[in-house]
Design a protein around this ligand. Structure first.
Ligand SMILES: [Zn+2]
Length: 252
């Protein structure tokens, strides 16, 4: 058994939960059991992931996309269903959104950068006053098709590309999830390709006019590596703890 507060303190500190502004209410969002034997990790807070966590006898679920964003006004409808499920099942819900995008070890973006061996890495992707992503140079220039194959294989995903950049890609910027809003910054800084999860219709012409490649790898697929790595870190820190990753893909 591990005390819940010890896990929460470790996570708050390791992920610098209180130092990063975010729309997500990061940290312990709903309180459950005090003693923990198993921690489940998933990308999204959803009844489907709560049910799988409980079925596997986890007393805590750690997610990237939590349930409370900004605040809750009424405990009715979906709010009620979520809170009722968590409380009835004594399941702690812990969320780490931007802190888990930008973390230098277990963050989604650091892991995505490592997958291609990115060099001369710098923070990138201004969001709410913080850089949440990373950018840098590929070990060797490669074509868009080569880069696409590399990521599709590593993430088991189908990439969607908008190809308006150079034939050989040297520099890339990476922001997991819905990071297409950083396209303007990638163009201004002269990167050859922006890699993110998903985007919006208007990004096509913005990429075309900015002479840049845009690669969408899927919101979900770019944001599972962080929670998986965090689970490994927790096991290292609390050897008695069991961890389990819950895969509940959204197709986005
Ligand atoms: Zn996301």
């Amino acid at each position: 058994m591990t005390n819940r507060n010890d896990i929460v303190s470790f996570l708050d500190d390791y992920l610098a939960i209180n130092q990063i502004s975010d729309k997500s209410m990061n940290g312990l969002q709903v309180e459950g059991a005090t003693e923990i034997t198993k921690v489940a990790l998933a990308t999204d807070a959803a009844l489907a992931t709560y049910e799988k966590a409980s079925a596997q006898h986890a007393e805590m679920l750690i997610v990237h996309h939590g349930f409370i964003w900004g605040g809750i006004r009424y405990i009715t409808g979906r709010n009620f269903e979520h809170i009722k499920y968590l409380i009835n099942n004594d399941l702690n819900l812990y969320a780490a959104h931007l802190p888990l995008d930008m973390h230098p070890e277990v963050g989604n973006n650091a892991l995505l950068a490592n997958m291609v061996g990115l060099k001369r890495i710098k923070p990138f992707g201004e969001y709410m006053g913080t850089s949440v992503g990373f950018a840098g140079l590929l070990p060797e220039p490669m074509s868009l098709a080569q880069l696409e194959t590399l990521y599709s294989t590593k993430l088991n995903t189908t990439a969607q590309t908008i190809a308006f950049g150079p034939d050989q890609i040297s520099s890339v910027a990476i922001v997991s999830g819905g990071g297409a809003s950083t396209l303007g910054e990638a163009i201004a800084k002269g990167f050859d390709c922006l890699i993110t999860g998903e985007g919006s219709h208007d990004k096509y012409h913005e990429a075309r006019e900015g002479n840049i490649h845009l690669m969408y790898l899927g919101h979900y697929k770019t944001e599972t590596c962080g929670v998986i790595a965090l689970g490994d870190k927790l096991k290292e820190e609390f050897p008695k703890l069991e961890t389990v990753f819950i895969d509940e893909p959204t197709g986005y």
